[in-house]
Design a protein around this ligand. Structure first.
Ligand code: FES
Ligand code: FE
Length: 455
């Protein structure tokens, strides 16, 4: 990447070289240094509940079959036949005990092991000439799960997923651990936008500032109970480990009152209370903050909101999870799932799904507003003038780099990490700081990686 040291130094000061949002060279560096090492979300265990269930997902160009084998174990296998490289599975999802390559017919068990190959004896001399034992579809170098969320890393030396997520796991529980049964996902809906992947990730991580303006129309039609500007101004942004997000400030009240305020039935709130630690409950009850949008570095985002879904004043909360799948410097595939507690009543699931579709589904009102901005930003960032411009990413930061508002104390906010009330681009700077750290590391040397080598 040209001028890398200067670009990264500026990013760390909150002075953002505009071209990083549409630059093929930057994208190549991201592929080689960032996506090759970071933990990437692929799927959720609830998408493959039965033995033999599978979904096919990608990390950049690499396709993976995410399967549940006959023993119930989860695998992520590189979707490329060991013979001549055909894509073994071309369906997006299904149930299979075996996968048979469409080209010459080699077959694999759903844990990746070779099962059979046509004319084994005549073509290869049978087991003596080509022993099947030990041969399997190439596994993802690392696989781990958190609350059923399946992540892989292409770096065999990546830290554990728990260490990688760090304090952000505390917040991830609000979205994905609401009962002992965990959550279930519906989707993904998928669509492509002509926008750079970082813009969405940054927006969900901490852009409280755009809501009152970009989403004015949603506010004006009365989808929300309170003026957005007020709710956002009094909320906070927090960053912990490798993720961060925003909260809304709730009216004073107990944990139970706060949960009822955002529309959770009492039985759901009671199950959440059982799952969450006293500290997690304090964020909501004692401190009065309710998690809203969030991002885990690099490209997993979440949203929690509670709009009105019918012609009444009742609000219904929904949770959605999305992946910003980078296609190129100026194109991103969005994968968006509806997330709900498995134990939630069916009537709640239906209304909550409606709320999700209305706000953040492919035709959701928020979605339309946001994407219009991001496509425009990306297009403008691809020109020559953008190479001369440093954007202002310093909201909430004084000239000397100190914060406009001091961080909240543990007495004010029980959650881990650093949190600030009000508007500020603290989280965007954290996210881009991680980005800069990864881009400074050398590209992953795959010639040294022997994991899964077949011959
Ligand atoms: Fe798969 Fe030949 S490429 S069997
Ligand atoms: Fe938005």
């Amino acid at each position: 990447m040209r001028d890398a040291a200067r670009v990264l130094a500026n990013v760390r000061r909150g002075m953002l070289p505009a071209h990083i949002y549409n630059d093929a060279e930057v994208f190549t560096a991201e592929c080689e240094r960032l996506f090759s090492r970071a933990w990437m979300f692929l799927a959720h265990e609830s998408e493959i509940p039965q033995v033999g269930d599978y979904v096919v997902r990608r990390v950049l160009e690499d396709s993976f079959i995410v399967s549940r084998d006959q023993d119930g174990d989860v695998h992520a296998m590189f979707n490329m036949c060991l013979h001549r490289g055909m894509q073994v599975c071309r369906a997006e999802e299904g149930n299979a005990s075996h996968f048979r390559c469409p080209y010459h017919g080699w077959s694999y068990r759903n844990d990746g092991r070779i099962a059979g190959l046509p004319f084994h004896k005549d073509a290869y001399g049978g087991e003596e000439g080509f022993a099947r034992k030990g041969k399997r579809l190439l596994p993802a170098p690392r696989l781990d799960t958190y609350n059923g969320l399946i992540f892989i890393s292409m770096d065999p030396d990546a830290p554990s997923l728990t260490d990688y997520l760090g304090g952000f796991g505390f917040y991830l529980d609000y979205y994905t651990k609401q009962s002992a049964s965990g959550c279930e996902l519906l989707g993904p809906q998928r669509w492509r936008i002509n926008a750079n992947w970082k813009i969405g990730a940054e927006n969900f991580a901490g852009d409280m500032y755009h809501t009152p303006h970009t989403h004015t129309s949603v506010v004006e039609i009365g989808l929300f109970r309170e003026p957005q500007a007020q709710k956002r101004k009094d909320g906070n942004t927090y960053w912990a480990g490798r993720g961060g997000g925003t909260t809304y400030k709730l009216p004073p009240g107990s944990f139970e009152e706060s949960m009822a305020y955002v529309g959770y039935p009492a039985d759901m709130a009671a199950r959440m209370k059982e799952q969450w630690t006293a500290q997690q409950q304090d964020v909501i009850g004692r401190d009065g903050f309710m998690v809203s949008a969030a991002s885990a570095f690099p490209n997993l985002s979440l949203v929690h909101n509670w709009p009105k879904v019918a012609d009444s004043d009742a609000v219904v909360p929904f949770i959605s999870l999305r992946l910003w799948q980078p296609i190129s410097a100026n194109e991103t595939e969005v994968l968006s799932w509806f997330v709900v507690d498995k134990e939630a009543p069916e009537s709640f699931k239906e209304l909550s799904y409606k709320a999700y579709l209305m706000c953040f589904g492919s035709s959701g009102m928020f979605e339309q507003d946001d994407v219009e901005n991001w496509v425009s930003l990306t297009t403008t960032a691809g020109g020559s003038m953008a190479r001369r411009l440093l954007l202002n990413g310093r909201m909430g930061m004084l000239e000397d780099g100190s914060p406009v508002v001091p961080p909240l104390t543990p007495e004010q906010f029980a959650g881990p990490g650093v949190a600030h009330v009000g508007y500020g681009e603290y989280n965007q700077r954290h996210l881009l700081g991680e980005w800069a750290d990864y881009l400074e590391r050398p590209p992953l040397d795959v010639s040294q990686i022997t994991v899964g080598r077949q011959q």
